[in-house]
Design a protein around this ligand. Sequence first.
Ligand code: TXA
Ligand code: MG
Length: 347
Amino acid sequence: MIRTYDTQIKLPNEEVVEKAAELLKKGELVAIPTETVYGLAASALDNNAVEKIFTAKNRPQDNPLISHISDINMMSFLCDEIPETAQKLAKAFWPGPLTMIVKRAGKVCDRVCAGLDTVAVRMPSHEVALRIIKAAGIPLAAPSANISGAPSPTKASDVYADMCGKIELIVDGGECEVGVESTVISIVGDIPTILRPGTVTKEQIEQVLNQKVENYEKAQSAPSEGDKILSPGLKYRHYAPKTNVILVKGNMEKYCTYVNNKAKGKSGVFALCFAQDEKHLNCPVVVYGEKNDSKQLAKNLFSSLRKLDDENASIAYAHCPDENGVGFAVYNRMLRAAAFKVVNLDD
Ligand code: TXA
Ligand code: MG
């Protein structure tokens, strides 16, 4: 029987944090804020609880989840010993938007790891997330709290739009500061490899480890049939609004001319653009930030994609972000939102 809930959005006072922890310990789901995006949390030690996440999100069965901890000692639920590389990364970037893939051991349940012998772990920096994990006293499995394939939620109301009736409680911690999901790095092989770029950049990690780090090249290309993929999440169409998004590379002048031509005499054609582009465009726009402020672009990306849907845009031409540093994470999400459709005006 499908249970439907009268879903409540609550501010994180002591009582609500306690209630969230109680629900989680009982094997229920709770949506929690993190600094990256909202997470749909369940006990990482309880297969039945984790199963509910897959059902609520309609998530592909083979896509493993990240376990969230509030204290380095909680690693003992997930792995035997903390590798030296992990210790260095934890010291530099935790709490914060970095997820490490390590060899799995301990009490973490099978469902979290989707049958792999590794586990993903992260200590978020959002104060409310830390309070809830601490109160529950167990690691929390938490993917982004959206329906699989939709843009990740960066506000409690985004979670409500996707999870209404499916969970009892959404804890409202305000708007997420970072806006894109954590950097995922695998440290199980010889060379640390970034499986998903985020705002903790390859260059920052290389500096801390004093070692070469790789970007997993398949993270930036459309998956082809039969590809063996290191991070199962990369296989799926992601972050896509209902609006048909097309990524456009080129300077302001070329971009605006191209979009104005496409929009001429048509309705429903939008520009997902930089603040600088706006005054040169003759169509409806959603501005996602300043061209040179990648952190701002990251913060606004998912809410801008959701806004396109709210405004019933049929097609949106997105101005491609700079691919360096934090911009690389924005680029990676944008590619998926556009289902890898790219127009290069510089060619
Ligand atoms: O910022 C974040 O990471 C957010 C917040 C809620 O913490 N969470 C999040 O979770 O983005 P999710 O489930 O949407 O993304 C987890 C990613 C997926 O691409 C998954 O395939 C990968 O991490 N992953 C998890 N465990 C893995 C493992 N053992 N090996 C390889 N990839 C793994
Ligand atoms: Mg996700």
